[in-house]
Design a protein around this ligand. Sequence first.
Ligand code: DLZ
Length: 192
Amino acid sequence: MSVVKGIAAPLEKYDGSSLRILIVHTRWNSSVVNELVKGTIDTMTKEHSVKSENITIQTVAGAFELPFATQRLIAASRLQATPNAAELFSTLGENTGPPPINSKTFDAVICIGVLIKGSTMHFEYISEAVSNGIMRVGLDSGIPCVFGVLSCLTDEQALERAGLGVSEKKHNHGIDWGHCAVELAIKNRRWI
Ligand code: DLZ
């Protein structure tokens, strides 16, 4: 049987040696999340030469906190990266758009978490809020935010997608998120 699903290889090899990457991950479902984080980091460092000292890692409790934390961390990095940023912000009115991109802010963010459906509506509300929230942070900030949140109906689905399952098809999705972050970070520099 032919395989339809999945991502084709990129057209070029991306050099991530100058990139600054932020990973924000949850402590909920940590055994699976930690494996996904590892897969993401290994891919970026081993396959794209991202320097480990240029990867910042922050944690939050659960997936619902990912968009807020990401937005605040991007804002904080911009303040630190721009010596007179406080002055600059004070001169800006509201709704004037995101602050200027500085070379020391993050080139890409990867938000990582695992939602597992329970017996209430919690899963539906959180997964929708988190996917919309992460998308919004990316669009508002102009910094690519990779959606590294698994929305699983069972524990087994989560294990399979972190490469911890028992089936032949198990695959660590962190690998894809690592490739995705580097590609989009490099392309975003060209697009500015
Ligand atoms: C409360 C909760 C539940 C039931 N399940 C998960 C989950 O599967 N994955 C996850 O990342 N977080 C879960 N949370 C926590 C919420 O995301 C959030 O941290 C709390 O509602 C506090 O805002």
